[in-house]
Ligand binder design. Structure first.
Ligand code: GLU
Length: 425
């Protein structure tokens, strides 16, 4: 599952231009929204376990804060790039605006291979990131969160470093923290949970019955694994699962919880086809990630990287619905092909916004110092998503455009209006 060499920033800018044209946005505003407001780019020196010191390029891109403090995750990975982080920061702006939470958009990244780091090295890298960018972070400035290859432990180190450097407690400066440090239980699975809520809305709209609805999911990290389990519990038939090294397919259905147990044990999902209760039928078997995308299923959920559905394979996608749990998995050219084929693409800014909505509830609770139950968080999160889903459907029908453009019209319109109310550019 390699991200093809398509520049995600160019894709994000293309998507923005389509909405800007329909909204009649002036060129000045379009130019400002096409680029981030601030770009932080520095090397972090880390003392490695072997005694050497290595530098890791670290990024924080703050796209827009017209609606509130910058908000967005930090990803670690060898493939992280400035252009990618810029696109992801822009998508965060649209995501938070679309679902109506009081944040702007940002994203961070460190170019490194986290799988080769010891725990101590990871801690040093995480603390180094905060030392580098501390003056730009804060509950009312910019609130980072986990993303690919980052997690609650990394947020805990970052928060600790931030509080040491600033000299006061500030749990709302980071979200996705461990529960003991002000995190909330429902945050970790919030992206997958929100994705399942959105999938159920689109299934209802298209009159699909869960039991006879087949689902293929690309990616088995936090997001892919959680959405698989929530949809399985809701009665959907999960027929394919994958990780970066391969996929398994069975048309009678797979059990994602059993697949997870096996993956933990064996390391790769492709090893899990015959494991215990993962597969409850016969037929089919191990396939590639590319084959997974082209399966004859009702719902396809890309939950891994950008640029998975492109002009090269969009024509071969057979799913009626593509629900984007990853950020930017479909290129603008692929969008056009899928729209012509009448496949419904439920855009990332809506489908995967459960994560940042969960972060919002964490931030609110940290700010108040008052905590409520996870059930209440999920209920509130669902309500926001159901409402946003309906608005996007309505907008796209009104303009006879795909759901992505509908979502952009709502989000970009809101951000542009708030810039205007602040006195313009
Ligand atoms: N990394 C997640 C995303 O891409 C969550 C961001 C956040 O909670 O700030 O939406």
């Amino acid at each position: 599952m390699k991200a093809a060499a398509i520049n995600p920033l160019e894709s994000a800018q293309k998507q923005l231009r389509v909405a800007a044209r329909l909204l009649g946005l002036d060129n000045k505003t379009l130019n400002v929204l096409s680029q981030p407001k601030r770009e932080l780019n520095d090397d972090i020196p880390v003392r490695m376990d072997d005694g050497s010191t290595q530098n890791f390029n670290s990024l924080r891109v703050q796209h827009n804060d017209a609606l509130g403090p910058f908000k967005g995750g930090i990803r670690f990975g060898p493939g992280v790039s400035l252009e990618e982080v810029k696109a992801l920061a822009m998508w965060m702006t649209w995501k938070t605006a679309l679902v109506g939470i009081p944040f702007g958009g940002a994203k961070g990244g460190i170019i490194c291979d986290p799988k080769r780091f010891s725990k101590r090295e990871l801690e040093a890298l995480s603390r180094g990131y905060v030392q580098q960018f501390v003056e730009y972070i804060g509950p009312d400035k910019d609130i980072p969160a986990p993303d690919m290859y980052t997690n609650a432990q990394i947020m805990a180190w970052m928060l600790d470093e931030y509080e040491k450097l600033t000299g006061h407690h500030a749990p709302a400066a980071f979200t996705g923290k461990p529960v003991e440090l002000g995190g909330i239980g429902a945050r970790e699975s919030a992206t997958g949970y929100g994705g399942a809520v959105v999938v159920q809305q689109v299934a209802k709209l298209l009159k699909m019955k869960p039991k006879s609805t087949t689902v293929a999911i690309q990616g088995f990290g936090n997001v892919g694994h959680n959405v698989a389990e929530f949809l399985f519990d809701a009665g959907y038939k999960i027929v394919a699962l994958s990780d970066s090294q391969g996929a398994i397919y069975n048309r009678k259905g797979l059990n994602p919880a059993a697949a997870m147990t096996c993956k933990v044990e064996k390391g790769r999902i492709a090893e899990c086809y015959f494991a215990g209760s993962v597969v409850n039928g016969s037929k089919s078997g191990v396939i590639t990630n590319d084959e997974l995308l082209e399966l004859d299923v009702d719902i396809l959920i890309p939950a891994a990287l950008e640029n998975q559905i492109t002009s090269k394979n969009a024509g071969k996608v057979k799913a009626k619905v593509v629900a984007e749990l990853a950020n930017g998995p479909t290129t603008p050219e692929a969008d056009r092909i899928l729209f012509e084929k009448k496949a419904v693409v439920v855009p990332d800014t809506l489908t995967n916004s459960g994560g940042v909505i969960g972060s919002y509830f964490e931030w609110v609770q940290n700010s108040y110092g008052y905590y409520w139950a996870d059930d209440e968080v999920r209920e509130k999160l669902s309500r926001i998503l159901v409402d946003a889903f309906e608005k996007v459907v309505q907008k796209s029908r009104e303009h006879k455009v795909d759901m992505r453009t509908g979502a952009y019209l709502l989000a970009v319109g809101k951000v542009a209006r708030s810039i205007e109310l602040r006195g313009g550019i």
